[in-house]
Design a protein. Structure first.
Ligand code: NAP
Length: 305
């Protein structure tokens, strides 16, 4: 049986470090970082994510505001809102919650933002810097994964790393971060042939697919490190029992919330892997912690601190 690679513990340490630095700035200079989030439409998951980000910002004394616009908002007025935030001295980070409703051109909207405030790391300028291995903001989920691997002393250099999922939010930037750290990456997607065979060659396997329990033990080499990025909700009682057995916490989840979260990796993989990240409590908390860290970095940089 492998070990759980807890992101929660590391995320708490990162948040505490950010919080104590922010407190110092508040005490000595009466200044603190500001983060503005933009949400367009009513995407339920986006609302939850943004709410979590706001809650953590407030706890760390990062000034936080959410601008919630209706789905019918014109691109021009969304862009003028972003331009307003670009100009505001008290806003250090702008976060445009993705996905935007399909009527928007995401590239056009993202490029309206000043790259120096792009704490989510999705602006093409930030992604270009990542490809070029130059300084700049990195997307928070892949950055959190790299921090987690470092925390558990898992080397990247020379390792075979297979990433399943090629989204701009997770898979593609993660593949670049790993390449920059001298890992050998295979980036897989829905058209990859013989996926389980390719995956089973990995020393480090990352699943960012969005399909509950898709990565079964046959995808995993004995003793591999497995990072599960997926967050899928399941509400079928029988399925929950099949995946988790008799598990009080999961049953409580079902009763209280009507669903429980499962990753892209089948829970049985813990018996084959050396390390596996839990869902929840693995990659998720790190994403938020890295956003807080990026916001503090932006605050310091913009003031030459
Ligand atoms: P996404 O944009 O939907 O991308 C999914 C990727 O998986 C695509 O590249 C797709 O391939 C690939 N894929 C889908 N089905 C596949 C299959 N059967 N075999 C191989 N590849 C397959 O998803 P995302 O935004 O990256 O998110 C992925 C998961 O991570 C979701 O569960 C999401 O909730 C979670 N997530 C978690 C965090 C966190 O903080 N923990 C952050 C972001 C996302 P194609 O490109 O060929 O379509």
């Amino acid at each position: 049986m492998g070990n759980w690679m807890e992101g929660r513990t590391l995320a708490k340490q990162i948040r505490e470090k950010v919080g104590s630095e922010v407190s110092q700035f508040l005490k000595n200079k009466n200044q603190s970082p500001g983060l503005a989030g933009i949400l367009v439409g009513e995407n339920k998951a986006s609302k939850i994510y943004l709410g979590i980000k706001e809650k953590h910002s407030r706890r760390l004394n990062i000034r936080s505001e959410i601008i919630h616009l209706p789905e019918t908002t014109e691109a021009a007025s969304l862009k003028s809102k972003i331009q307003e935030l670009n100009q505001r001295e008290d806003v250090d980070g702008i976060l445009i919650q993705l996905p935007l409703p399909s009527s928007f051109d995401t590239h056009d909207i993202l490029t309206t933002m000043k790259p120096e405030k792009d704490v989510d790391g999705f602006h093409p300028f930030s992604l270009g810097n990542l490809l070029m291995d130059e300084e700049g903001f990195r997307p928070c989920t892949p950055l959190g994964i790299m921090e987690l691997l470092k925390y558990y002393n898992i080397p990247i250099e020379g390792q075979k790393v297979v990433v399943i999922g090629r989204s701009l939010i997770v898979g593609k930037p993660l593949a670049s971060l790993i390449t920059n750290d001298n890992g050998t990456v295979t980036l897989c997607h829905s058209r990859t042939k013989e996926l389980s065979r390719v995956a089973a060659e990995a020393d480090i396997l990352v699943a960012a697919i969005g399909r509950g329990a898709y990565v079964t033990p046959e995808f995993v080499k004995e003793g591999a490190v497995v990072v599960d990025v997926g967050q899928n909700s399941i509400s079928d009682k029988e399925k929950v029992k099949e995946y988790f057995g008799d598990n009080e916490k999961r049953e409580r989840d079902l009763e209280k919330k009507g669903y429980t979260l499962i990753g892209d990796v089948h829970p049985q993989v813990i018996h084959k892997a050396r390390y596996l990240t839990p869902v929840p409590g693995g990659v998720g908390p790190l994403t938020v912690a890295m956003l807080m860290k990026n916001t503090l970095e932006s605050f310091k940089k913009r003031r030459g601190l």
